[in-house]
Design a protein around this ligand. Structure first.
Ligand code: AR6
Length: 187
């Protein structure tokens, strides 16, 4: 982890770290940038299923296929986290309206986490890898959605974005600072 950026909104801490989503042992749940079949794949899904072991795919099987914007919750199996929230992001240029579907991923994931009484959730930058969503646009949607939903959450008190590389971290830090300033101004 290189550095951390934090912002507090309505009693919820939104933080950014550079790192690996499978190595966040202090989080109640991590979010998977899943495929529709909820199977291992590349990127985040591959890393999560590798770390969790084959019993995660077994638990996922009855929930598949899921639709863009949909999320389901499972146990964490071999991961250090008790839960995994599996979200299917939109494929950029294919699943429309892409912005609404991506926002729905973050909203649904947090709603499910809250419903299950979880206190902390980590997110990767959903749809920005194999699914091709331009990083800055996707980040803008992610931050706007999370900062908008945060004050309404009952149990979730910490939301962490785990960014794989320095570029993604820097873009998220920039976009969070801008949205945080807007949120503060409108209070
Ligand atoms: N930890 C944190 N972020 C990561 C990690 C990791 N271990 N690995 C990659 N990233 P992607 P998508 C970043 O492709 O675009 C899969 O094959 C990565 O740099 O995992 O939603 C599935 O099976 C990128 O910025 O998710 C699906 O078919 C971001 O996480 C499809 O890809 C998301 O990249 C889903 O595509």
């Amino acid at each position: 982890m290189t550095s951390t950026v934090e912002h507090n909104v309505g009693g919820v801490t939104v933080e950014l770290v550079q790192g690996d989503i499978t190595k966040q042992p202090d989080m109640d749940a991590i979010t998977n940038a899943a495929n529709a079949q909820l199977m291992p794949g590349g990127g985040v899904a591959g890393a999560i299923h590798r770390a969790a072991g084959p019993s995660l795919a077994e638990e996922c099987r009855p929930f598949a296929p899921i639709q863009p914007g949909q999320c389901v919750i499972t146990g964490g199996h071999g991961l250090p986290n008790p839960h995994v929230l599996h979200c299917l992001g939109p494929v950029y240029g294919v699943d429309e309206p892409a912005d609404e579907l991506l926002a729905r991923c973050y909203r649904e994931s947090l709603r499910l986490a809250d419903e299950h009484g979880l206190r902390s959730v980590a997110f990767p930058a959903i749809s920005t890898g194999a699914f091709g969503y331009p990083l800055r646009e996707a980040t803008d949607i992610a931050m706007r959605t999370v900062l908008g939903v945060a004050p309404d959450l009952a149990s979730v008190e910490r939301i962490r974005f785990v960014l794989f590389d320095a570029d993604a971290f820097n873009v998220h830090a920039d976009v969070l600072a801008r949205h945080a300033a807007d949120t503060d101004r409108s209070r």
